[in-house]
Design a protein around this ligand. Structure first.
Ligand code: 16G
Length: 245
C-alpha cells in the first residue's frame, strides 16, 4: 500500500477511481486479507480527495464485502474465506463432508421442535392426518466462519424428539435405522436476505445458493425435506459428467 501519494486511475467519479485503486492494491497483494487500511484522513491527503470521497469508496467496498469495518478500530480487508468444493454425486452429510477435509464443524441451533406441518411439508413428507413435523434449523460453521443455514423438516414419526439430534442429523438417523440412501437436490441462485445475511456474516443481498434436498429411505419413503442457503463466496458444487449413450 505504501505511504506515498496515491495516483488514481482516470475516469468516472472520484470515489469510484479511489475504489478501483483500493481493489487493485488488494489484487496485487499490496494489502492483504485482515490488514488495516490507512485512516480516512491519511488516504484523503495522499489521493488529494475529500474525506467524503474516501468514506464513499470505503462504504461501497464494505457493502460488497471486500472491506469490513470494526467500530473503534478502523477498516480492514475482509478475511479470506477458504472455498469448499462439494461433490454433487454422493449422498453425504455436512459433518462427513467437513471431516473429510479436516475442517472442524459447529452448529448453532436456530430452532428445533415439533410443529403442525405446513401444507407443503404434509405433501412432500407424506404425513398422515394429525401427524406433526419435526423441524431443525441450524447455522453451520467451521471455526468462526458461518457457511450455511439449513432448515430441515422430517416426519415426527421418524424424528420424535428433535432435541435428541446431536451434532449430525444423519448419524442420528443412522442410529435409528433411517439414514437416507437417495436424494433429489435442487440448487438455485439467490440473494441472501437480510436476516440470513446477518447470521452468515455477509452483506445483505450477497450471492447465495439456495439448495433443496428431498431424501429417501430404501423403501422409497421421503425422510427429509431440507432448505438451505449456502454462502456463494465459500462453496463450489462440482459434478463429474460423462458422455451419455
Ligand atoms: C447436508 C445436506 C442436508 C442434510 C445435512 C445433514 C446439502 C445441501 N444439505 O448439509 O440436507 O440434512 O447434510 O448433515 O448438502 P449432518 O448429518 O451433519 O447434520
Amino acid at each position: 500500500f505504501g505511504d506515498g501519494p496515491v495516483a488514481l486511475p482516470r475516469g468516472g467519479p472520484l470515489y469510484l477511481q479511489l475504489k478501483r485503486w483500493i481493489e487493485a492494491a488488494i489484487e496485487r497483494g499490496a494489502i492483504r486479507p485482515g490488514d488495516a487500511l490507512p485512516s480516512e484522513r491519511d488516504l484523503a491527503q495522499r489521493a488529494d480527495v475529500s474525506r467524503v470521497t474516501v468514506r464513499k469508496a470505503m462504504q461501497q467496498l464494505v457493502r460488497e464485502g471486500v472491506l469490513v469495518q470494526r467500530h473503534g478500530s478502523g477498516t480492514f480487508v475482509a478475511p479470506e474465506t477458504r472455498r469448499v468444493e462439494q461433490s454433487l454425486s454422493q449422498l453425504t452429510s455436512f459433518t462427513e463432508d467437513m471431516a473429510r477435509r479436516g475442517m472442524a464443524v459447529r452448529a448453532e441451533w436456530l430452532d428445533r421442535g415439533l410443529y403442525p406441518p405446513s401444507p407443503e411439508e404434509t405433501v412432500i413428507l407424506g404425513l398422515g392426518s394429525g401427524e406433526r413435523v419435526a423441524r431443525i434449523a441450524r447455522l453451520r460453521l467451521t471455526g468462526d466462519t458461518p457457511l450455511a443455514i439449513e432448515r430441515a423438516s422430517l416426519a415426527a414419526g421418524i424424528l420424535a424428539d428433535p432435541e435428541a439430534v446431536g451434532d449430525s442429523l444423519y448419524s442420528h438417523l443412522e442410529r435409528s435405522g433411517a439414514r437416507p440412501v437417495r436424494a433429489l437436490q435442487r440448487i438455485r441462485a439467490a440473494h441472501i436476505a437480510e436476516a440470513d445475511a446477518l447470521l452468515l456474516q455477509v452483506p445483505a443481498g450477497s450471492a447465495g445458493l439456495h439448495i433443496e434436498r428431498i431424501s429417501y429411505l430404501a423403501t422409497g419413503r421421503v425422510i427429509e425435506f431440507t432448505r438451505s442457503i449456502y454462502r456463494g463466496d465459500t462453496y463450489d458444487f462440482v459434478a463429474e459428467l460423462r458422455l451419455g449413450d
